[in-house]
Design a protein around this ligand. Structure first.
Ligand code: NCD
Length: 305
């Protein structure tokens, strides 16, 4: 596989394989500690990030490789007016693999044309976030021991949240999946994804506006942050930002084995009082992100362990 732009660039079999490798890494980390010796990862982040960038970098270090990169566009030559294509073509001269995040949808596709080395989309605008989805799939797998027969509630900013766009694309390929979209009218899940991924395959879904309506039937509750940076005016953001706040009392009717997920960062949408609930999976989820990115780097660099 040359590049990872979208989660659907990977087949279901390839995803299963990545999960199996991640599980082996978790069980036998020492086996992998020199796997990427003398390999170099570049992280080009034109947008803020904590987990994605640091988990990519930790992943490469834990594979014995090295890392270069920037975490602010302002510190790269794009501040001087250099095109993305030229920046990436240059970095491709130095690194063996590039993970990049960019505020513009489709930017990684443009970058991949000139990079000369594999490119991983680490989030492009409100579009896709395939490595978050790999993280989410590993988390669901570890919590449930299956990726089929699940009712998945997605709550919050379903319009601008790229993580949920990619997650639906991935989960729609497993059997017995039902989606419940929980969002206010203004932040509803995009129609084009519903048509392309769900209606075309006859996958069951419903759209509701409160958490209460959905809670009792959910196996997974995937909370999201209202994506402040994608709003055109602040008044709308302020009006919508606290639409959903998950608190312990809202979990009373939930299943005992519900998995509560969130890609993080959280703002207000999950009360810290939920953190000690054994169903809260969002910090283990962040940790899983490092292991699955280790598996992905091995696959993309074609390193056999
Ligand atoms: C998400 C992102 O960047 O899209 N964060 C992440 O990668 N873990 C979610 C978000 O920013 O809300």
């Amino acid at each position: 596989m040359k590049n990872l732009m979208n989660i659907t660039d990977l087949t279901v079999e390839e995803i299963d394989e990545l999960i199996a490798v991640a599980e082996d890494i978790i069980a036998n980390p020492e086996k992998y500690q020199d796997a990427c010796r003398h390999k170099l990862l570049a992280t080009l982040f034109f947008e803020p990030s904590t987990r994605t960038r640091l988990s990519f970098e930790s992943a490469m270090h834990r594979l014995g490789g090295a890392v270069v990169g920037f975490s602010e566009a302002g510190s790269s030559s794009s501040a001087k007016g250099e095109s993305l294509s030229d920046t990436v073509q240059t970095v491709g001269c130095y690194a063996d693999i590039i993970a990049m995040r960019h505020p513009k949808e489709g930017a990684p596709v443009v970058a991949a044309r000139r990079a000369g080395v594999p490119i991983i989309n680490a989030g492009d605008g409100a579009h896709n976030h395939p490595t978050q989805t790999l993280t989410d799939l590993l988390t669901i797998w570890r919590a449930k021991k299956r990726l089929n027969n699940l009712t998945i509630g997605l709550c919050g900013d379903l319009k601008f949240g790229r993580t949920v766009h990619s997650l639906v694309g991935a989960m729609a390929r497993y059997s017995g999946i039902k989606f419940v979209f929980i969002a206010p009218e203004e932040l509803k899940f995009p129609r084009y994804i519903i048509e392309d991924e769900l209606e075309s395959r006859g996958i069951e879904y419903k759209e509701v506006s409160t958490m209460e309506e959905a809670m009792p039937e959910l196996d997974i509750l995937y909370m999201t942050r209202v994506q402040k940076e994608r709003f055109f005016n602040e008044a709308d953001y302020i009006r919508l930002k606290d639409t959903y706040i998950l608190t312990p009392d809202k979990l009373v009717p939930a299943k005992k084995d519900l998995a509560i997920m969130h890609p993080l960062p959280r703002v207000n949408e999950i009360s810290v009082a939920v953190d000690d609930d054994p169903r809260a999976m969002y910090f283990p989820q962040a940790k899983n992100g490092m292991f699955i990115r280790m598996a992905l780097i091995l696959k993309m660099l074609e390193v056999k362990v």
